[in-house]
Design a protein around this ligand. Structure first.
Ligand SMILES: *Cc1c(COP(=O)(O)O)cnc(C)c1O
Length: 394
């Protein structure tokens, strides 16, 4: 049976208890139901379940599984949406949410500052006859000009990768809702803790749970949060028939990840502000991009929308050589391309995550050859600052 705490309890309390389902054994820790199928008492019961699945009934893990459902219920509670569907990766969630809602001839308006794989999905939709208009996500006038009667959906990363541009969710939602378009937010960088996306007007909120929700860089996962009608009647049929389901084991990791996420991301964001402040005073860094700093052009919007600058920083070292030299001298932070991990990760977007883009496209997005992306982890901030300082001084 599912045991949901009262919705008025604080998110930290719901992160510990929401969505828990206990078997007849009353186990304290959430059980890992590592099963694809479910046995029926009778043939009649199987027949009945295929006609109508009850809230505590399951048919096949591609459709749903008790451990996956615990994770879905917990994140929906935290996000403030009616329901959620967990997927094998963040990209399965992006693809599933967008693909399931459109047909040829539909129109989507999207921010152009997107993760490469998200751009790939939009190109795929265009190939099947969906019209895509790209805008500068930070410019409400461009959204206004592009959104038109009949626009099906708007799509954006609420904080963009890697240059940390913030999209005004409430502002875009107002324009989109005026024509009946759905607001789809890839909210990975904001994390469910700092999200408020549903409150601001987002209809569909997507996470790569691979990032802060797992929080230890162990497993891939994704999730689509939204109304029960969207999640179960629009997204789920597409996801379950095309095989996007999360593994129950990964859902179990994510479920446990949510329990500590609030504490982790708050500590990471506190450290990120300290690291960003320290970087701003270093002569080797020409520019620090961190929404928590007054120097960020959307500092006020970030504070209003998320109440924090988040856990990610971008810093310009001036050149690829300087960036590589600093990365190769790091002793605590690791060179990798994940984010939201307990371990601080430094990435060089130009040569890795955004290598596929042309130089011109990269520069248009602010991805300069010397830019480093820093995902601040759970180490002591003084150790991180000392590490970056010595690496950059070299
Ligand atoms: C990582 C990421 C994704 C994709 O998630 P996967 O779990 O790697 O499939 C999508 N959007 C953003 C903003 C991301 O950072």
């Amino acid at each position: 049976m599912s045991t949901d705490p009262k919705p008025q309890l604080h998110p930290r309390t719901r992160a510990v208890h929401a969505g828990t389902r206990r078997s007849q054994y009353g186990e304290m820790a959430e059980a890992l139901f590592m099963t694809q199928g479910f046995a029926y008492d009778t043939a009649e019961q199987a027949e009945a379940r295929f006609i109508n699945v009850g809230p505590d009934e399951f048919i096949y893990a591609r459709y749903g599984n008790p451990t996956s459902r615990m994770f879905e219920d917990r994140i929906a509670s935290l996000e403030g949406t009616e329901d959620a569907f967990a997927t094998a990766s963040g990209m399965a969630a992006v693809n599933g949410a967008l693909m399931s809602m459109v047909k040829p001839g539909d129109h989507i308006v999207s921010s152009s500052a997107l993760f490469g794989s998200c751009l790939y999905v939009l190109d795929l939709l265009a190939k099947f006859g969906v019209e895509i208009s790209y805008v500068d996500g930070t410019d409400l006038d461009q959204w206004k000009a592009a959104i038109r009667p009949g626009t099906k959906a708007v799509f954006f990363e609420s904080m963009s990768n890697p240059t940390l541009q913030i999209v005004d969710i409430a502002g875009v939602a107002k324009l989109a809702h005026a024509v009946g378009a759905l607001v789809v937010a890839d909210n990975v960088f904001a994390t469910p803790t700092f999200s408020n996306a549903a409150e601001q007007g987002a209809d569909v909120i997507i996470y790569s749970t691979t990032k802060h929700i797992d929080g230890a860089g162990r497993a891939l996962g994704g999730v689509i949060c939204g109304t029960r009608d969207f999640v179960r009647n629009v997204a789920e049929p597409y996801l379950k028939h095309t095989g996007a389901a999360i593994s129950p084991f990964n859902a179990w990791l994510m479920l446990n990840g949510l329990t500590t996420m609030d504490l982790r991301v708050r500590a990471m964001a506190d450290s990120a502000l300290q690291v960003a402040t320290a970087l701003e005073s270093l002569p080797q860094i020409s520019k620090v991009i961190y929404p928590g700093l007054a120097s960020h052009p959307q500092h006020t919007l970030a504070a209003r929308q998320m109440g924090t600058g988040g856990t990610m920083i971008a810093a310009d070292t001036g050149s690829k050589d300087a960036a590589f030299r600093a990365m190769n001298r790091l002793e605590v932070a690791k060179i990798s391309n994940n984010l939201g991990d307990a371990k601080t990760i430094v990435t060089h977007p130009t040569t890795t995550t955004h290598q596929r883009l042309s130089e011109e496209a990269r520069l248009a997005l602010g991805i300069t050859p010397g830019l480093l992306r820093i995902s601040v982890g759970l180490e002591h901030p003084e150790d991180l600052i000392a590490d970056l300082r010595q690496a950059l001084a070299g």
